[in-house]
Design a protein around this ligand. Structure first.
Ligand code: GTP
Ligand code: MG
Length: 195
C-alpha cells in the first residue's frame, strides 16, 4: 500500500477548507516537535514531503496527504509549546477539536509521544478529548533511537499502565524511530488493516 504514490493534497487553516469526507482518514497528533511530520515521511518513504523542523510549531495547519486515492493521512499542528501568537494557537486548537469531533471517516488517531519524555499534561488533555469524542486512538512512541533498550522497556510499561484509564485508547502501542526506520513497517501494516 505504501509503495503507491503519495501526494500533498491541501493544507487546511479554516473549517470551511476541510475536504469532502469521501475517503478514510488516519491522523497523527502530538506535541510540537514530537516527530509527526517525520513519521509521515518515514511511512511514505519520502524525505521532506511533510515539512519537518527543529522549530516547534512548524506545521501550522492540517495537512492532508493523498495516498493514491486509497486514503488520506492527516498531519496535525502540534499542541504544547508552539512558538506562535496565542490567538493563532487558539484558533488551531479550535480547528483540531472540531475536526476530531466531526469527522465520520476518521478511522484512527495516532497519538505520538516522545520516548524520552512520556506523557505530558497536554497529551493527557488530548486523550481526554479523544475519549469524549470516542475516536479510536493508539499511542506511537517516537525517537526510539534516543533510548537504550532498558529505558525503552520501562517507558513502554509506564505508557501501557497509564492507558488503562483511557477508554477509547487501544492497548497496543508502537515504538518507532523515523531516523532508523524502527517500527515503521509494523505501523504501515496497522494502517493497512484499517482500510
Ligand atoms: P510540529 O510540526 O512543530 O508540531 O513538529 P513535528 O511533530 O511534525 O516534528 P518534526 O517531524 O518536524 O520533527 C521535529 C524534530 O525531531 C526534527 O528535528 C526531526 O529531525 C527530529 N526527529 C523526528 N523524528 C525523529 C526520530 O525518530 N529520531 C530522532 N533522533 N529525531 C527525530
Ligand atoms: Mg510537523
Amino acid at each position: 500500500l505504501f509503495t503507491r504514490p503519495v501526494t500533498f493534497m491541501l493544507g487546511v487553516a479554516k473549517l470551511e477548507q476541510l475536504p469532502a469526507e469521501d475517503k478514510v482518514e488516519i491522523c497523527f497528533a502530538g506535541r510540537s516537535n514530537v516527530g509527526k511530520s517525520s513519521l509521515i515521511n518515514a511511512l511514505c518513504s519520502r524525505k521532506d514531503m511533510a515539512r519537518t523542523s527543529n522549530t516547534p510549531g512548524r506545521t501550522q495547519q492540517l495537512n492532508f496527504f493523498d495516498l493514491d486515492g486509497a486514503f488520506n493521512l492527516v498531519d496535525l499542528p502540534g499542541y504544547g509549546f508552539a512558538q506562535a501568537p496565542k490567538d493563532v494557537v487558539r484558533s488551531w486548537q479550535g480547528l483540531i477539536r472540531h475536526y476530531l469531533r466531526g469527522r465520520v471517516k476518521l478511522r484512527r488517531v495516532f497519538v505520538l509521544i516522545d520516548s524520552r519524555h512520556g506523557f505530558k499534561g497536554a497529551d493527557l488533555e488530548m486523550m481526554k478529548m479523544l475519549d469524549e469524542t470516542a475516536v479510536s486512538y493508539q499511542v506511537v512512541l517516537t525517537k526510539a533511537d534516543k533510548l537504550k533498550k532498558g529505558q525503552m522497556e520501562k517507558r513502554i510499561a509506564e505508557v501501557v499502565a497509564a492507558l488503562k484509564k483511557h477508554p477509547a485508547a487501544l492497548n497496543q502501542i508502537f515504538a518507532t524511530s523515523s531516523e532508523k526506520n524502527t517500527g515503521i513497517s509494523e505501523l504501515r501494516a496497522e494502517i493497512a488493516s484499517l482500510l
